[in-house]
Design a protein around this ligand. Structure first.
Ligand code: ADP
Ligand code: MG
Length: 208
């Protein structure tokens, strides 16, 4: 379990910020872990702000909600730079579904952390084809603390790292839940992908 880092104890030292990333497949407990950390920060009487991309309204327009129905109030934002304006005065900033933001999210998180804010980003590390997803890979490189959480493979019960898409769509962003996605381990993911007709995106480029 992640233990919050202790802030340095030099007298009169400026407040230190840092970046934490919680990544993994769908159903791996990213949102649960984000809510757990933010709840503890609130118990410590820190000023906490939570953001999510406005496109993600699967459960609720404003709340961040986990698959086991834990929830916390958040502010939906259309673009990452809005977070900079809205987070002024916070001690801790939580961001869910980070993969849906563009690459500017990395710079936004850097600026917040440079200004002494603890930033916690939860997001999918891979898309439905197993490719690195949006700004999360770059955040993994720049974060001080990285936690990869795992789901349970619905086919075999092993540890799952992949979000297997049951539906036929080839769009990278397709919002859905258990109706569209399954958590799968590597062998069960590969088996499913091989059984599928190759989509234009997944098909290897033709040799010249
Ligand atoms: P994430 O944000 O990573 O998609 P959540 O934090 O919203 O995940 O939800 C995690 C919860 O999802 C688990 O505590 C469990 O109740 C539920 N769940 C549903 N399917 C699975 C699965 N295949 N593996 C693990 N947990 C699952
Ligand atoms: Mg989630």
């Amino acid at each position: 379990m992640f233990i919050e880092p202790r802030v340095g104890n030099r007298h009169n030292a400026p407040r230190r910020g840092w970046i934490e990333v919680v990544c993994g497949s769908m159903f791996s407990g990213k949102t649960e872990e984000l809510i757990r950390r933010l709840t503890r920060a609130r118990i410590a009487r820190q000023r906490v702000e939570i953001f999510k991309p406005a496109i993600d309204t699967r459960y609720h327009a404003e709340d961040v909600v986990s698959h086991n129905a834990a929830r916390i109030r958040s502010t939906p934002v259309a673009i990452a730079s809005e977070i900079l304006l809205l987070a002024a005065g916070s001690d801790v900033v939580g961001i869910d579904e980070g993969q849906f933001f563009d690459s500017s999210l990395v710079n936004v998180c850097e600026q917040l952390a440079n200004n002494g804010i603890r930033v916690i980003v939860a997001g999918l590390d891979m898309d439905y084809l197993g490719r690195p997803f949006g700004p999360i890979p770059a955040l993994l490189a720049t974060a001080e603390y990285v936690t990869k959480v795992h789901a349970v493979c619905v086919c075999c019960g092993e540890i799952a790292s992949y979000s297997y898409r049951i539906a036929a769509s080839a769009s990278q962003v397709l919002l859905g839940e258990t109706d569209l996605y399954e958590a799968r381990c590597r062998p069960c993911f590969l088996e499913g992908m091989q059984a599928k007709e190759p989509t234009p995106e997944a098909r290897p480029a033709a040799a010249h």
